[in-house]
Design a protein around this ligand. Structure first.
Ligand SMILES: *Cc1c(COP(=O)(O)O)cnc(C)c1O
Length: 362
């Protein structure tokens, strides 16, 4: 009998951390409801798994980008609602009418397309990011007449730490609040993860009726306010395929960018840039590269040596005599630290994790 095949690469996902992060974001949203952005397969973690866990915790509003993502969710948990952020194209209509999900209308053409269905929708209004959304002028001119709107939303451009421009967020908030008085929708929603951090529970300025976190659910730290509260959810784990001794003077990997100064013990692990572990984690040649730790072992840093390959990475395991072929290591993937090391955004670090990971939930 064949036993079940298990991949040599796992994304270990922590249910308790995911739910704790959602609860923190929900508390910080004050009286507003707290939804969840689960687009891009829940930022790489698995949209169905995330929706099931957050729905059990009390989350009701879920956001995907496309109708294909909505379809991939399958039957929804009871009470769950799904909104499709990219609106509805003509070629989406058949699927849209067949699914239990609603579009977020972004353009006048989408409004004209959806109005005759008589079904509920959400609407995006642009307040300055200039991506998707109707203009406030369109709304004020009555473009939404005849629609059944659950949520009117807008999206912040500069709410995260890196932007260092809370003035723009304040301006967007003010323009959005001006529409709030117009009574065009059941609910209003502005804040993503960073916007929730900006929200002050005392006056609830950014939360309105509903918030839409993504990144922070999955362990990302959008702003300093989240530090110490948001927990890591996803940890890549890779198996050692081979252990070898590299003699002083020999090199490791493509382009021989690492040369051993002393005899060095090296573990080759099943992970590479095709899995989203990009070449920016390549080992020390003047900068700090990526690293790993022994799974369930003492926390000793195992640095990446040389170039990250498509499917393989070399680690320095000189400090670990007992680490052998078949053992597992945890890749250091604290998102804030890894983003600094790799020069990538925390979003890219999550959404880039590929299809060869077996996603395992604890
Ligand atoms: C992706 C997205 C979110 C979630 O943003 P995070 O920064 O990941 O919290 C919220 N709203 C909209 C419209 C989005 O596209």
């Amino acid at each position: 009998m064949m036993t079940e095949w298990r991949a040599p690469l796992r994304l270990q996902c922590n249910s308790a951390a995911l739910v704790a992060n959602w609860r923190w974001l929900a508390a910080r949203s004050g009286t507003a409801a707290c939804g969840a952005a689960i687009k891009a397969n829940a930022y790489g973690l698995g949209a169905q798994d995330v929706m099931a866990r957050l729905s059990r915790a009390g989350c009701r509003d879920f956001y995907v980008a496309t109708w294909g993502e909505a379809r991939a969710l399958g039957p929804l948990p009871s009470g769950a609602r799904v909104s499709v952020l990219h609106g509805v194209r003509e070629e989406d209509m058949a699927l849209a009418l067949a699914l239990d999900a609603r579009p977020v209308l972004n353009t006048l053409a989408q409004v004209a397309r959806w109005r005759p269905t008589g079904r509920v929708c959400d609407v995006m209004v642009d307040t300055g990011i200039n991506r998707l959304g109707l203009s406030a002028r369109d709304v004020e001119a009555g473009a939404l007449a005849g629609l059944k709107i659950d949520t009117m939303m807008s999206h912040l451009a500069c709410a995260d730490d890196a932007a260092q421009d809370d003035a723009m967020s304040a301006r967007q908030r003010q323009d959005f609040a001006a529409l709030h008085t117009k009574d065009v929708a059941e609910r209003f929603s502005l804040a993503n993860s960073a916007g929730i951090c900006l929200n002050d529970a005392a006056n609830n300025a950014y939360a309105f009726d509903l918030t839409r976190p993504g990144l922070a659910l999955y362990g990302g730290i959008p702003r300093a306010e989240a530090r110490g509260f948001i927990q890591q959810v996803a940890t890549p784990q890779a198996q050692i395929l081979q252990r070898r001794r590299v003699i002083a003077g020999d090199t490791v990997g493509y382009n021989a960018t690492f040369m051993a100064r002393d005899d060095t013990e090296v573990a080759i692990i099943n992970l590479g840039y095709a899995d989203g572990y990009l070449r920016s984690f390549s080992g020390p040649d003047g900068h700090v590269g990526g690293s790993a730790q022994v799974s369930c072992g003492e926390p000793v840093r195992l640095p990446v040596l040389g170039r990250v390959s498509m499917d393989l990475v070399a680690l320095d395991v000189t400090s670990h005599q007992i680490l052998a072929e078949g053992d597992w290591v945890d890749i250091d993937y604290n998102l804030l630290r890894a983003a600094n090391i790799a020069g990538l955004s925390q979003y890219e670090l999550l959404t880039g994790l590929g299809a060869r990971f077996e996603r395992v939930w604890s």
